[in-house]
Design a binder for this molecule. Structure first.
Ligand code: D9A
Length: 436
């Protein structure tokens, strides 16, 4: 485990400093928990269920941050009810449908879920207490979205995702509505114009479809009952049962099906660029842009990648740390979207049934990035920086290796021990260089 991280750093030395700084940032926000117990609980919970999300939320101004934090926890609680396969449908459905009323009731309580989610449900009164302190305009948005999402989830409790239309509808309820709600919260804060419902919806669909693709194996292996979000209309072209895709003998069809799903998700990329380019507040911009860049990066990683059916495919932590550090304006987003879509484009194989459509969506995204006219400068700088970092790393490695060899009297220059010692010594050298 430790050794694997070391190798990753050797391969990607440019990850190191962002990872160190990210660790420090996380440690800092964990210390800055508010004084009142209900707010302390809400922010503590947020960091527990999603570290990276907790970090981007911190950048928003206090008023908006509190509203988004509560919105996030209410949605997570709703999700927990929806996900808990041990709760019978006839109990679950009315809870989902009435959830928007329960958030006003400090005495309401329903125990379900596991681990951190169970704690969230058991102490939901603290979330309600914090919700009741929000400005009325924020409360109304959260209530409205919770009502619509709960009704939508209830509708899909007894219904499978059959067609691509069902898939879009389901994703609208669980993610598109989050986009709509956030746009309204941003508007209520007075910092942004109200974004259109259609662009806001695309922001959610792009993220959610990426999660559904990436989490294939996790959802299929869910105990006691597997959960299936891939639409039958797509997978039935490649298999008789969705589970069959995970078996080795179906690899070719599995990858084609995966590519079909990724292509479907790519469709929303252009709308997302449009939505982000309309934002004004730098903090809101970063809050929106970081998850979107992660999504297109994950799609590029998953495309044509059989590993999706074997285990978890995730971006390197160092890469996500780099993204959260280096995303501050639209040129950064264009650069990242361009880079990741090029990566995906290189993986498209001619004989794939959806190759033409995938290339068309990639082209649309890249055109939007090119049209901005900001691509060359920024992308070039980033690449130079990465190459410099690699050279610096390999130089310090080559310089250190002989010293270590000599001291340790190791005869083989490239012994594992030497490499490990160098890898430990390297960050110290780099840190000294970095801090001047
Ligand atoms: C979001 Cl309030 C989410 N979802 C996310 C996270 O981003 C969106 C849930 C609740 C809220 C917000 C999000 C962020 C910014 C702008 C948005 C937006 O719209 C304008 O939502 C559309 O994934 C969940 C849904 C996709 C269902 C909406 C980002 C996030 N990332 C995870 C990473 C992961 O691998 O899941 O939560 C994390 O940080 O742990």
């Amino acid at each position: 485990m430790v050794l694997r991280s070391l190798w990753t750093i050797i391969d990607h030395p440019e990850d190191l400093m962002p990872l160190v700084r990210l660790k420090m940032a996380v440690a800092r926000i964990e210390k800055e928990i508010p004084a009142e117990p209900h707010w302390a609980f809400c922010y503590g919970m947020l960091t527990k269920v999603s570290r990276s999300f907790a970090l981007v939320i911190q950048q928003l101004c206090t008023e908006l941050r509190n509203a988004v934090c509560i919105f996030y926890l209410v949605l997570r609680a709703l999700d927990t009810v929806e996900d808990d396969t041990s709760v019978p449908s006839d109990i679950k459905v009315p809870i989902l449908q009435l959830f928007h009323q329960h958030i006003y009731d400090k005495n309401w309580h329903f125990s379900c879920g596991t681990k951190d989610y169970k704690v969230l449900m058991d102490k939901f009164d603290l979330v309600s207490t914090a919700f009741l302190e929000l400005d009325r305009s924020y409360q109304e948005v959260i209530e409205d979205i919770t009502r619509r999402m709960g009704a939508g989830m209830a509708k899909f409790i007894c219904k499978e995702v059959e067609t691509v239309e069902d898939y879009d509808e389901y994703c609208h309820y669980v993610a598109g509505l989050v986009g709509l709600g956030l746009s309204k919260l941003f508007h209520a804060s007075g910092l942004e114009d109200l974004a259109s419902d259609s662009l806001s919806n695309s922001m959610g669909l792009f993220l959610q479809k990426t999660n559904i693709i990436r989490d294939y194996l996790e959802d299929i292996n869910e105990i006691p009952k597997s959960r299936m979000f891939w639409p039958r209309q797509i997978w039935s072209k490649y298999a008789n049962k969705l589970e069959d895709l995970k078996f080795e003998e179906n690899s070719i069809n599995a990858v084609q099906c995966l590519n079909d799903m990724v292509t479907n998700a790519l469709m929303h990329g252009e709308d997302c660029l449009q939505y982000m380019s309309n934002l004004r507040s730098p903090a809101i911009f970063r809050f929106c842009a970081i998850p979107q860049i992660m999504a297109i990066g994950t799609l590029a990683l998953c495309y044509n990648n059989i590993e999706v059916f074997r285990g978890v495919v995730k971006m390197r932590r160092g890469l996500t740390a780099q993204i959260s550090e280096q995303t501050s304006d639209m040129p950064d987003v264009y650069c990242a979207f361009y880079e990741f879509s090029s990566m995906l484009k290189d993986k498209v194989e001619e004989n794939d049934p959806n190759a033409a459509l995938a290339l068309k969506y990639v082209e649309t995204i890249q055109q939007a990035c090119i049209k901005s006219g900001t691509l060359n400068k920024r992308c070039f700088q980033a690449k130079v920086l990465k190459i410099c970092c690699k050279i610096l790393f390999s130089l310090s490695y080559k310089m250190l290796a002989p010293c270590v060899c000599f001291k340790a009297e190791v005869s083989r220059f490239d012994s594992l021990k030497t490499k490990v010692i160098c890898t430990i010594a390297y960050p110290i050298v780099l840190l000294m260089l970095w801090c001047k």
